[in-house]
Design a protein around this ligand. Structure first.
Ligand SMILES: Cc1cc2nc3c(=O)[nH]c(=O)nc-3n(C[C@H](O)[C@H](O)[C@H](O)COP(=O)(O)O)c2cc1C
Length: 201
């Protein structure tokens, strides 16, 4: 099993999904190739306690547990020399969480002018998993068409729509359930309440 995974955080609301996905991944021996867009950084500063520090410092400051073999490698979004920019770099897939309508549009149009768009484009051409946690509401027809195009090209479109059957008690229960369901799509196990658990049914 390949333990390299690509993660991007874009400037849509709900950057906490990307952060909680990182938290789950860092508890395991994953090598994470992370890129945060410029807008992603701004939204992180608005919606979380992030203040512009490097992401590892931020995540450690949040009290996240790092597996001894976990590695977080951060790349600027204009770094087209980073490993995920090439199809020859082997990894298990890419998660963009959250994914803005702008980045969705770039992916659906094949515009690969930054690392996030290029790495997503590479996933599609190499037939690797690409998960887009798209966040916008309501959707216009351009958003819907772009989702259709990206899905036809092989992406998984996964807006963070909460389920309430697990009876979440806190906002973080809701976010973690969404993050865990996104990780399910990548074949990565997490411990959350699931339908079929004795306490739920
Ligand atoms: C606080 C804030 C929230 C935003 N939320 C969304 C959103 O939920 N969905 C979206 O598509 N764009 C949203 N935007 C707009 C994007 O940040 C903007 O389109 C940006 O160019 C996206 O760039 P990126 O995809 O490179 O991160 C938001 C912007 C701000 C400042």
């Amino acid at each position: 099993m390949n333990h390299k995974i690509v993660v991007a955080i874009c400037g849509a609301s709900g950057v906490i999904y990307g952060i909680r996905i990182l938290r789950f991944l860092l508890e395991k021996p994953f090598e994470i190739f992370l890129s945060v867009s410029a807008a992603g950084k701004q939204v992180l500063m608005h919606e979380t306690a992030y203040q512009g520090e490097d992401m590892e410092t931020f995540l450690r400051g949040q009290g996240f547990v790092f597996h001894e073999k976990a590695r977080l490698r951060s790349y600027a979004p204009d770094d087209l020399f980073a490993p995920p920019a090439s199809g020859s770099f082997q990894h298990r897939g890419m998660m963009i969480a959250p994914c803005s309508m702008k980045t969705l549009g770039a992916i659906a149009s094949g515009i690969a002018d930054d690392l996030i768009h290029r790495a997503a484009d590479v996933c599609l051409k190499e037939k690797r998993p690409l998960l887009l946690l798209t966040r916008e509401t309501p959707l216009n027809l351009i958003h819907i068409e772009n989702m259709r195009k990206a899905a036809l090209a092989g992406a998984t479109i996964m807006p963070p729509c909460p389920g309430f059957y697990a009876r979440p008690a806190t906002l973080m229960d809701i976010v973690d359930a969404g993050a865990a369901r996104a990780l399910d799509q990548m074949g990565i196990e997490t411990k959350i309440k699931r339908w079929g658990d004795e306490e739920l049914v």
